[in-house]
Design a protein around this ligand. Sequence first.
Ligand code: SAM
Length: 226
Amino acid sequence: MSVRAEFDAWAADGRDRGMEERHWHTAKHALARMPVEPGDTVLDLGCGSGYAGRALRDTKDAGRVYGLDGAPAMVRNAQAYTEDPNVGYVVGDFDALPFADDSVDHVWSMEAFYYARDPVHTLEEVERILRPGGTFYCAVNYYEENVHSHEWQERIDVEMTRWSKSEYREAFREASLAVAEQDSIPDREIDIPPAESFPTDDWDSREEMFERYRTHGTLLTVGVSR
Ligand SMILES: C[S@@+](CC[C@H](N)C(=O)[O-])C[C@H]1O[C@@H](n2cnc3c(N)ncnc32)[C@H](O)[C@@H]1O
């Protein structure tokens, strides 16, 4: 199935807002670390409901915020959630970013990058559009060390790339992005019931659920354009 067909369906039944609620637990901590200055131009890759760009406008006074998504229904929903004239959402693909060279100060992406058809090429595209010194904050929950995420590929008909932490760092460098930081951000907001409540519908044991959310959480890799 195409990204468009898969995620248009998610947008149509409200899963764009559902993702926002879950991802916000860790995304907000990563967004707070972004060195966005008033007036900066920021791009959100695979923006879904578009919450991240709106948060950067509200909290850091970003000047112009774009959200790019391959699913037109996601883009329509994201646009409907704001009346801010400095926030705009566009339909596009990670393969060819519709931005000029050196035109964006910072790029953000949450739980979307690994859907890229050719992830190293997408990193090269990010590096191309970033101004020197600009950053790429790439946040993912689906990655090699997070063993509890591996089964997600079986539930979705779009190919996902599962890199390890070191593979992320190597790929960033291959695309000429210096790796400034790599970190796991725990999700401390998801409620983990007491041991006697397990097994649940989703988890065999409390230890596994704890490892998924509190130990692995979200992997953040930060690249800097040279
Ligand atoms: C799991 S959702 C995450 C949405 C949002 N970033 C969040 O944190 O809730 C992934 C999003 O990436 C978009 N996407 C996936 N592959 C894409 C591609 N190759 N080009 C553009 N958008 C893509 C999907 O349409 C979807 O909205």
